[in-house]
Design a protein around this ligand. Structure first.
Ligand SMILES: *Cc1c(COP(=O)(O)O)cnc(C)c1O
Length: 223
């Protein structure tokens, strides 16, 4: 199916979820996750009107960054090795996977201007998942003070792979309540206005629980 047709279906689901939650669809940005697909397919996503793109590896990001027309806004969404920061730092506007101080320091050192970062939180506590434990988030955000090129624009999580709606909802609610706690710190460098949560199989629930950026691969551009 063409990206433009998939996007239309997804936009309807986004609109419905927003309506359920009394939110405006403009509050939710769709990030097209192109990690599974070819450059041609990514270009098709540009032509469908998508402007936010996500990749989880430095090499595939660079490959697409180089050739896609109409330069989209790039999001780095995968776990990021410290030594790879220099490869992507001037290509991305957002990093969704900040999860340790050593990484923050490297980003701070390499960036020429402030980078919008999400603190990745392992809400579900699954061992396979990256991210900070929820109870460590506030101290971590405070530790970042003084790193002038790190802006904490929000929090990010990956929900467990399950169809259990209640489990998904609890996970997203927890991230939302952590966001409020970070906002209450009132740090200049951590406005924490965004919530990056929701993927192909759970984005409607994530939106109902407050997502402002959803990261869609399979459902939007394909596997
Ligand atoms: C792959 C990936 C996605 C997209 O997953 P889909 O289920 O295909 O939509 C979103 N976020 C992250 C961090 C990913 O690695």
């Amino acid at each position: 199916m063409k990206v433009i047709d998939k996007l239309q279906t997804i936009q309807e689901q986004v609109n419905q979820a927003c309506e359920n939650a009394g939110r405006h669809p403009d509050e939710v940005k769709i990030i097209a996750v192109t990690k599974y697909v070819s450059i041609e397919r990514a270009q098709e996503a540009i032509e469908a009107g998508l402007r936010h793109f996500g990749e989880n590896r430095d090499d595939s990001l660079l490959e697409k960054w180089d050739v896609l027309e109409d330069k989209p806004t790039w999001h780095f969404i995968g776990s990021l090795q410290t030594r790879k920061v220099k490869n992507i730092i001037d290509k991305v506007s957002y990093i969704h996977s900040l999860d340790r101080l050593s990484l923050a320091k490297e980003i701070n050192k390499r960036a020429e201007s402030p980078i919008q970062c999400f603190v990745q939180v392992n809400v579900s506590g699954e061992e396979s998942k990256h991210g900070l434990n929820p109870e460590d988030v506030l101290a971590f955000v405070q530790d970042l003070q003084g790193l002038e090129n790190i802006k904490i624009c929000g929090l990010m999580t990956m929900a467990p792979l399950t169809d259990n709606e209640e489990m998904l909802r609890q996970c997203f609610k927890k991230l939302k309540s952590l966001q409020t706690e970070v906002q209450d710190l009132q740090l200049d460098e951590a406005p924490c206005k965004e919530l990056s949560m929701g993927m192909s199989n759970d984005f409607a629930i994530a939106i109902e629980e407050g997502a402002t950026m959803i990261r869609l691969g399979t459902a939007l551009v394909g596997e």
